[in-house]
Every structure is written in structure tokens, then in C-alpha cells.
Design a protein around this ligand. Structure first.
Ligand code: SAH
Length: 459
């Protein structure tokens, strides 16, 4: 270890920043955020800094006297000689000194920080590679969500009460692990502190209370793992068991916790590995065993995903759950295909419909679908493509209306097949697109010629 990592209390302590430019402003900002009194010395000081009431500006060249009563100093001038002088004088007086971007002149270095106050993560490579440090920070940024601040503050609020009630330190640690990893934490993170508090109180009344199971119904988006939400990723890392089906890309399933149990519940057309009722029951059973269950679904769970049915059963059984939205196929696939779903010249509205109905027919409100100046997106529609085109024309849409089939959108296997209502069925017959496919009907499809930007490797 080349440096001692510490968090210094600078509240109401005098700190000096030498320099008046952008870098000085940033450094003074961090000091102010930590509650320090900040003296800034430079012949020229940026107005924003000079006018900040919390700052004591001294418009002059740096002199030894400016170090009087100072706890630490940061030199941020672009004059190495001045920086060196600050460093030498400060060291002689045992004042901590940092010179920006000049490790040799420093007695302390500033880490990159991830601020989730009161939770604070500091990173440093000891000056070896600031870029690497920042990259690490960026990675953690995604797994430690913003609202961990709230979680840390919540834990702080109950720290004493728990200490009094759970006196054995080992037991206390387990208590906190259960609280901060389980349902209580999830309640805090979704903003429901009253419920979190009630649960924590209950746990306190019965210390041996085992962790209760819960279910995360998570939308995994249309395929590209980059389209996952931060929350999806965090819950994927947390769950003990993952229940997933066909539509979830393998690359995404692979991103779940390594040691999590994985249960495939299928669902290719007509070849249902588990019936929906069985899936609902499975979720209940796993949660009742005390597990954190990740129900991973393609796209958005509440758009043609039967997510509602799955959580209805959970709600009836009083099992805690949360729903994480995902990018639905229409949105993800249209973006990657270069087809804006609305456009002032082509479509003022957009309909999402399913081409697959319970009894196998395509019993849609054709008059509504055939209206001008709108985009129609059909999920699960490939098998009914011919009917779709025929009915739309029958109900008044010109047979020259552009239409696209997008296969495996957002992935490296994405393929876009375009035509008109008159021509597409025959083209599709010839091209044989592979599931899953999404159909987009309307003038906006033409825009693809100008806007296509995503060029997958495999097609
Ligand atoms: N809940 C999902 C939809 C489930 S229904 C969502 O919000 O996206 C399954 C249908 O979604 C498929 O038949 C197909 O029409 C569409 N779909 C899902 N992912 C797709 C993708 N990557 N490319 C094209 N269509 C997709």
C-alpha cells in the first residue's frame, strides 16, 4: 500500500486552494461540499469562485503567510514554480499538501469518488492511471445506485436501536446483512420507507426471523444487454434463483449472479415448457422457500408479457415483489432499425397490438388499425402476416403502405425486411425471417432508408 486511505473531517476547518481557474474551482467545490472553510489565493480568480459567499478570496500571488491556520492545501496553478513553492512551504510546516497532477509534490492525493453520502467510495491508483481509476468508478456507478444514499441514511437512523436490541456482534452483523440485502432494502430503495421501517421493527422484535423471499419481475429489454436498466442489473446480481424464458438473450442470462440457480421455463410458440399457471405457482413456491427470485422477461414485463398475471398470484399470496420496466421490443427494435415510431410528417400516434390471440385468430379492431397518420406495431404477428396485410387493405389502408419485419432486433442477428402491404407476404415467404420478429406498419418505415445506423455483424 503506497498511501493511507483516510476520510478527513474538514468541517469548519480552514483549507487553502492556490489558483483561480477551472481546476481550482473544482477542487474548492469538493472542499466546500465536505464543509470546509475555503481560502482561495490567486492574482486572478474565476468570478463564480470569487462571488461564492462561502469562499474567502485573496487576489494576490501566493505567499507563505497564506498558509497560516490552514489544515490542508491544494495547489492548482499552471505554474510549476508556484506549485513547488506551495509544496515545500506546506511540508515544512507539516500541512498536508496536494499539487494537482504532480504526485511528486504531494503529501496526499485526492481519490476519485462515488458520492452516495453518507456512503462514500474513494478510488485511487496511487497516481499510476487516473483514467483507469475513473473507469472503475464508472463501473461502480452502475451497481451502486443513487438511492444508496437513502439506504445508508436509513441504516444510520436505526443503528443505535439495533445495537441495543441485538447485543451479540455476530448476530448483529447477520441482522444487518438480512436487512440491507433483502426486502427491507428494496423497500427503502423504491422509496417506501414506512414499510421498510415496519419490517425492520418486526425483524427486531423477532431477531431470529429468517429472510423472507421476494420476487423481482424484471424486463430484460429486446436483446442487446446494453439496454438493461441499472436496477435490472443490480437485481440480477442479487437474486438467488433466476426464472427465464426464450425471449431473454443468453448474453443477459449470463449476466445474472454466477452462483444463482437458473430455471428455464420455455415458451416457444405452442411448445410451452411450463404452462403460465405453473410458472405463477413456481414463483410463489420459490419465494416461500425464502429465496430472492428474479423473474426475467424479454422487453417490458407489462407489455404483452403476462407480467400482470404473474404478480397477481404473488399479490394474492402476500409475497413482496417489485416490477422493473424494460425497453419494450417496439421501442428498442424501432430504434435499432432506424424507424422512428412517430414523426411529424408521417405519424402522430402509434398502436402496439398483438397478432397472437388466445384462440389463434387475429381478431383485431381493423378500423382503428387502418387509420391514416399512425404507426402500427404488431408483436407476435409473423404467422398472421398475410391476414394482417389483407385486412388492413380491406379496411382502407393503401396497399402501397410501407411495412417492415424486424428479426431479432437490437442483436447482431438483426435483419430488416421491408416491402408494402401488397408485396411483403411474398417477400417474407422467400426470406424466412427467424423469431422473434416484430412488424411495423406505416409511412415511418420509409425513413429507414435515411436513418439506418445499426449494422449488425451477422446479417
Ligand atoms: N414483453 C415483451 C414482448 C413479449 S411478446 C416486450 O415488451 O418486448 C413476444 C414478441 O415480442 C415477439 O413475438 C416479437 O414480436 C416481439 N419481440 C421481442 N423481442 C424482439 C426482438 N428482439 N426483435 C423483434 N421482435 C421482438
Amino acid at each position: 500500500m503506497d498511501f493511507l486511505p483516510i476520510f478527513a473531517d474538514v468541517k469548519n476547518r480552514l483549507c487553502l486552494v492556490v489558483g483561480g481557474g477551472e481546476v481550482a474551482k473544482r477542487k474548492a467545490g469538493v472542499l466546500l461540499e465536505a464543509g470546509a472553510k475555503v481560502r482561495v489565493v490567486a492574482p486572478d480568480i474565476a468570478a463564480e469562485l470569487r462571488n461564492d459567499v462561502r469562499v474567502m478570496p485573496i487576489l494576490a500571488r501566493f505567499e507563505a503567510v497564506h498558509l497560516d491556520d490552514v489544515m490542508l492545501v491544494i495547489a492548482a496553478t499552471n505554474d510549476r514554480q508556484v506549485n513547488q513553492q506551495v509544496s515545500e512551504l506546506a511540508r515544512a510546516r507539516h500541512i498536508l499538501v496536494n499539487v494537482v497532477d504532480d504526485p511528486e509534490l504531494c503529501s496526499f492525493i485526492m481519490p476519485a469518488i462515488l458520492d452516495r453520502s453518507p456512503l462514500m467510495v474513494a478510488f485511487s491508483s496511487g497516481g499510476a492511471s487516473p483514467v483507469l481509476t475513473r473507469m472503475m468508478r464508472g463501473k461502480l456507478e452502475t451497481v451502486i445506485p443513487q438511492n444508496y444514499s437513502r439506504l445508508a441514511a436509513f441504516a444510520e437512523r436505526f443503528r443505535e436501536a439495533v445495537k441495543i436490541k441485538v447485543t451479540n456482534p455476530a448476530k448483529r452483523r447477520i441482522f444487518w446483512e438480512n436487512a440491507l440485502e433483502g426486502v427491507v432494502a428494496e423497500k427503502v430503495l423504491t422509496g417506501d420507507e414506512p414499510s421498510a421501517e415496519a419490517m425492520l421493527q418486526k425483524m427486531l422484535e423477532n431477531e431470529d426471523n429468517i429472510q423472507r423471499g421476494e420476487v423481482y419481475l424484471v424486463g430484460a429489454g429486446p436483446g442487446d444487454p446494453d439496454l438493461l436498466t441499472f436496477r435490472a442489473l443490480r437485481l440480477m446480481q442479487k437474486a438467488d434463483v433466476v426464472v427465464y424464458d426464450n425471449l431473454v438473450a443468453k448474453a443477459i442470462v449470463d449476466m445474472t449472479r454466477r452462483d444463482a440457480e437458473r430455471i428455464f421455463v420455455g415458451k416457444k410458440r405452442a411448445d410451452h415448457t411450463l404452462r403460465q399457471e405453473e410458472i405463477n405457482e413456481l414463483l410463489v413456491r420459490l419465494a416461500k422457500e425464502g429465496k430472492r427470485v428474479l423473474r426475467l422477461k424479454g422487453g417490458d414485463p407489462f407489455i404483452f408479457g403476462r407480467g400482470g398475471e404473474e404478480i397477481e398470484t404473488l399479490a394474492a399470496e402476500n409475497i413482496p415483489f417489485q416490477v422493473v420496466p424494460g425497453i419494450t421490443a417496439a421501442s428498442g427494435v424501432a430504434s435499432y432499425a432506424g424507424i422512428p415510431l412517430t414523426h411529424r410528417d408521417y405519424a402522430q400516434s402509434c398502436l402496439f397490438v398483438t397478432g397472437h390471440l388466445k384462440d389463434g385468430t387475429m381478431n383485431l379492431d381493423w378500423d382503428a388499425l387502418a387509420r391514416p397518420k399512425q404507426t402500427v406495431v404488431v408483436y407476435m404477428g409473423l404467422h398472421g402476416l398475410e391476414t394482417l396485410c389483407v385486412e388492413l387493405v380491406k379496411h382502407g389502408m393503401p396497399d402501397s403502405t410501407p411495412i417492415a419485419i424486424v428479426q431479432q432486433g437490437t442483436t447482431q442477428n438483426q435483419r430488416v425486411i421491408t416491402g408494402t402491404l401488397a408485396t411483403l407476404p411474398a417477400i417474407a415467404e422467400r426470406e424466412q425471417p427467424q423469431a422473434p420478429t416484430l412488424i411495423i406498419v406505416g409511412g415511418v418505415v420509409e425513413l429507414r432508408e435515411k436513418l439506418a445506423w445499426f449494422h449488425p455483424q451477422n446479417t
